[in-house]
Design a protein. Sequence first.
Length: 165
Amino acid sequence: MLTQIAKRRGAAVTAVVSARGVDLAHQLGIDVVVDYRKVSLSALNRRFDMVVDRSDKLPFAAAKALMKPSSVYVNANPAPAAMAAGFLNNLASGRKRKILMMKESQARFATLHDHASDWLQVIVSKTFPMADFKAAYTEVKAKGSIGQGSLYPLRSQSPFDPLRV
């Protein structure tokens, strides 16, 4: 969703994906799509205003090489050590390290839906009943996912009508 919002606000977006995500990134209108198994991030000859690590696989030290002097690095799945390191880094560096922490709620999803339902595509690679959370974790860990995985209580409905890929 972040890439779609950034594109809608006029940003030039580069997405780093696996081969399975290339087509989807192109469908979403991403400006530059990089298959990380074919191109090393260090080979990218550009610097970015913002680097977002959704998978916690890009250490801040490696991200710094991709960042402009006043860039922001956002880690959506930080380990506790990354949180402490981010605090210390921000005391001394122009390259700020941010940690994205969200408390999901039905009200926040409803607000997002009200603002973006006419253009935002919610990509859900697969859904699992809550009772199958162990199988869901095992499958996503082994195979990865395109878009988001979703666990849901058996008798609830999502505020979105997700695109399933």
